[in-house]
Design a protein around this ligand. Structure first.
Ligand code: ZN
Length: 91
């Protein structure tokens, strides 16, 4: 995307004046501003909704249901051997 500096901005303004005419310029910019305002309102509404939904569901409780019979340390559900001492865990 080319950077728009001072000379380019004046050039664009001149083209706008030719196309729309100096008399219509206030209404053109008025509608442009109205459009930007409604766009911002819509984007703000969309930004609020996802934030509320992502707050819940992140706290996953790690259920260590298998306790080693040898050392007594908790192991992940489905583990076949103790992570601490290597003793085979009861199913
Ligand atoms: Zn163990």
């Amino acid at each position: 995307m080319p950077s728009i500096g001072g000379p380019e901005l004046v050039f664009v303004l001149v083209i706008v004046l030719i196309v729309f005419g100096a008399g219509k310029l206030p209404t053109v910019f008025g509608q442009l501003g109205k459009g930007v305002r409604t766009f911002r309102d819509e984007s703000e509404k969309k930004d609020v909704a996802p934030l509320a939904s992502t707050a819940t569901g992140t706290t996953a409780t790690a259920a260590a249901s298998k306790y080693c019979s040898s050392c007594g340390k908790p192991n992940a559900d489905g583990a076949k051997f103790c992570a601490s001492c290597g003793t085979p865990l009861a199913a």
